[in-house]
Design a binder for this molecule. Structure first.
Ligand SMILES: [Zn+2]
Length: 314
C-alpha cells in the first residue's frame, strides 16, 4: 500500500473512532413497588434475587418507583423491609402515587392529593428522590388544562418528572407468564428469558434511533421495567445483552440529570414515553412507537415462542 493510502486509512479510523466509541447510556427503573406476586418467587425471594442480580451485573444505581398504598395489599405485606433492602443496596426510590390511579379518571386536585399521600410516606425513607413517575405513563391525555395543573403542582412541590425513554411492556410478559402458569401450561424458560432480553434490547435501540432523530444526539435513556419475577430472574442476562449491544448502564441520578429532563413536550395527547412525545412534537414520521408495545403482537410472540402454540394472525 502506498504511504498516502496508509495515512488516509489511519485518518479514517481516527475520525470514525469517537463516534464508534461514544457509548449509548441507559439507567434502569422498576415500577409498582411492592408489586403483586409473580409466577415463581415469593416477594422476599424476588427482592433478594433482584438485588443480587443487579450487584452481579455491576449496575450502579437503579430507581424503584413506589406505591406506598400497595403496602396494605396482601402481596405488599413486608414491603417496607423489601424497599429498605433496595435502598441499603445503593438504589433510590421515587414516587409512583399512593395507589396507581389513572390521571384521566380523576381531577388534578384529587390526583395531586394522591401524590401527596405517597410523598408523606416516602419522605420518611432513606434513598428518596423527588421524582414522580406517572402511573400508566398517563399525563392527562387530551386534557391540556389537567396536564398543566398537574405539571404545575409537581413543580410547586419540588418534584421532577420521572419520565421514561424506553420500554417493552414487560408488565404484559409478566402477566402472560402468570396466566400460563395458572393454566398449567408448559413454559419454555429459555425462550422466556430470550424473549424478555431481546425485546428490551430492541426497545432500547428503537428509542435511541428515535431520540437521535428528534434531538440529534443520544440522551441518557431511562428504561421502564417493573418489579417482577422476570426482572429478578433475568436482569443479569438483560444487562449483559445491553452491554454486548454497546450500552453502558449508568445511575438513575445520572439519567435524570440529562438535559432532556427539562423538556415538557406539547402534544395532542399527553402520555407515553418522553422520546415518543418529543418525536411527535417535532413531527417525526411514524413509527414513533416500538412495535412490541402493541399488545396483540406481544401476545402472539409470547404464545409462539414461549408456549410453542400456533397462533393465527388476525
Ligand atoms: Zn405503574
Amino acid at each position: 500500500m502506498r504511504i498516502w493510502a496508509k495515512l488516509m486509512l489511519v485518518l479514517a479510523v481516527l475520525v470514525a473512532l469517537p463516534a464508534a466509541a461514544a457509548p449509548k447510556r441507559i439507567a434502569l427503573t422498576f415500577d409498582d413497588v411492592p408489586r403483586n406476586r409473580g409466577a415463581f418467587l415469593t416477594p422476599d425471594q424476588r427482592t433478594d434475587r433482584l438485588i443480587a442480580g443487579l450487584r452481579m451485573a455491576g449496575v450502579p444505581q437503579v430507581a424503584f418507583f413506589v406505591n406506598p398504598g400497595f403496602l396494605l395489599n396482601e402481596d405488599g405485606k413486608g414491603g417496607e423491609r423489601r424497599i429498605a433492602a433496595y435502598v441499603a443496596a445503593g438504589h433510590v426510590i421515587g414516587n409512583h402515587s399512593w395507589n396507581h390511579p389513572h390521571l384521566n379518571a380523576m381531577s388534578a386536585e384529587d390526583y395531586l392529593a394522591n401524590i401527596d399521600k405517597a410523598d408523606a410516606w416516602l419522605r420518611q425513607q432513606p434513598g428518596f428522590r423527588p421524582w414522580f413517575r406517572f402511573p400508566f405513563l398517563d399525563e392527562g391525555g387530551a386534557d391540556k388544562a389537567k396536564r398543566d395543573a398537574v405539571r404545575a403542582g409537581l413543580a410547586a412541590r419540588g418534584y421532577r418528572n420521572g419520565y421514561v425513554t424506553a420500554e417493552a411492556s414487560d408488565w404484559n410478559m409478566e402477566s402472560l407468564t402468570i396466566a400460563a402458569k395458572r393454566a398449567g401450561k408448559t413454559i419454555d424458560m429459555d425462550a422466556l428469558k430470550a424473549l424478555y432480553v431481546e425485546s428490551h434490547v430492541l426497545a432500547a435501540d428503537f428509542y435511541d434511533d428515535l431520540a437521535i432523530g428528534t434531538w440529534g444526539r443520544s440522551p441518557i435513556h431511562v428504561m421502564l421495567l417493573h418489579e417482577t419475577d422476570l426482572a429478578a430472574m433475568y436482569i443479569p442476562d438483560l444487562v449483559a445483552a445491553l452491554k454486548a449491544d454497546g450500552w453502558e448502564i449508568v445511575s438513575a441520578d445520572a439519567a435524570f440529570a440529562d438535559p432532556i429532563s427539562k423538556l415538557f413536550p406539547d402534544t395532542p395527547h399527553s402520555g407515553g414515553t418522553l422520546t415518543e412525545a418529543a418525536a411527535w412534537e417535532k413531527g417525526l414520521p411514524l413509527p414513533r412507537w416500538y412495535e412490541r408495545n402493541d399488545i396483540p403482537l406481544a401476545n402472539r410472540l409470547f404464545a409462539e415462542r414461549v408456549l410453542h402454540e400456533t397462533v393465527l394472525a388476525e
